[in-house]
Design a protein around this ligand. Structure first.
Ligand code: NDP
Length: 322
């Protein structure tokens, strides 16, 4: 089968499209013929070495497809089932071996592309808005990179929960998408400092929660956007990691909370995975959650897909098709 492999950390050029063996199955594994693989920002961290993984590796943490074969102890799935998964490495490939507890069924009405678009980014938006800081009716929130994959989904879930939503992004075209997803206000942080803008929009009060996936460039000012007892949710590093922080500063700024959550922790047990994916798939089928899937790349062009994502050229979801 074909797969996209990384043997050393580096730029997009370190990814090679190669012939490799179809993965062998453990007793509780399922062989999935991948129809759509999701591209996520974390893939670029794993490729660059910001997040270290054992090498050589096949990249990709999200896929949707059809069950081709099951291990002898698999009980939940059978050949031919339509399935999707996240948090298992190796999705940039024609086939992946996935432990059955990580798989979910794709309901009727949810396509492979939607499945691959929903598992990582929509489940992330779900845990951020339902669990890390459970948004309440009337809350205000600031969402950075609002037109990105997670951003557009998080806006919609924050609006469903009744929040006032301020988004940031780098271009007017992206701002239009964020507004269409429901953002009440959008700040072009490439042109204006978002901190005084957030203060102006909230009449000086600040917001209850900041969802910050940009990291280095936004972290300090994000904290200053919070109301007392506000939640600083740092969940990504698109501009680089935050490396220096003094927790004592959280006190005088109003007893703030700071967390650095990961999807893996919030879907570690199957109950949570099934809860989050069921909500997401139901919302898709009910038309409450719109997935913006606009960028498709063949598996052989994974390098181009990463260049587009890191070059801030994409909005919503980027899909690789084997
Ligand atoms: P996005 O589609 O959001 O792409 C990243 C966006 O970040 C860009 O489009 C860009 O939007 C913005 N950005 C700001 N500064 C930079 C920069 N210097 N270089 C590149 N992009 C920049 O990606 P994803 O939806 O896949 O992921 C969003 C973030 O969420 C990532 O940081 C990712 O690691 C994180 N994440 C964390 C998870 C967790 O559980 N902790 C799970 C899933 C994602 P603009 O041009 O508008 O600024």
């Amino acid at each position: 089968m074909k797969a996209v492999r990384v043997k050393e950390y580096g730029g997009p050029e370190v990814m090679s499209y190669e012939e490799v063996e179809v993965p062998s199955l453990g007793a509780k594994d399922v062989l999935v013929k991948i129809e759509a693989a999701g591209i996520n920002y974390i893939d670029t961290y794993q490729r660059s070495g910001l997040y270290q993984i054992p090498l050589p590796a096949t990249l990709g943490l999200e896929g949707a497809g059809t069950v081709e074969e099951v291990g002898p102890e698999v009980t939940l799935f059978a050949k031919g089932d339509r399935v999707a998964y996240t948090s298992v490495p190796g999705a940039y490939a024609e086939y992946a071996a996935v432990p059955e507890e990580k798989l979910v069924n794709l309901p009727d009405g949810v396509s492979f592309n939607q499945g691959a678009a929903a598992m990582l980014q929509a489940c992330t938006a779900h845990y951020l808005s339902q669990s890390t800081y459970p948004i309440k009716n009337g809350d205000s929130c600031l969402i950075h990179a609002a037109a990105g994959g997670v951003g557009l989904l998080l806006i919609q879930m924050a609006k469903m929960a009744g929040a006032f939503v301020i988004g940031t992004c780098s271009t007017e075209e992206k701002a239009e998408l964020a507004r269409a997803a429901g953002a009440d206000e959008v700040i072009l942080y490439s042109e204006k400092d978002f901190l005084p803008e957030v203060k102006r929009i909230t009449d000086g009060r600040g917001v209850n929660v900041v969802y910050d996936s940009v990291g280095k460039d936004t972290f300090d000012r994000s904290i200053d956007c919070l109301q007392p007892l506000g939640y600083m949710v740092l969940y990504g590093n698109a501009s680089g990691p935050v490396t220096e922080f003094n927790p004592a500063t959280l006190g005088p700024k109003g007893s703030l909370f700071l967390t650095r959550p990961t999807l893996f922790a919030y879907t570690a047990d199957r109950k949570n995975l099934v809860w989050r994916t069921s909500d997401v798939f139901n919302w898709i089928n009910e038309g409450k959650l719109k997935l913006r899937i606009e960028h498709f790349f063949p598996l052989a062009e994974a390098q181009e897909a990463h260049r587009a994502l890191e070059g801030r050229k994409t909005t919503g979801k980027v899909i690789l098709t084997p």
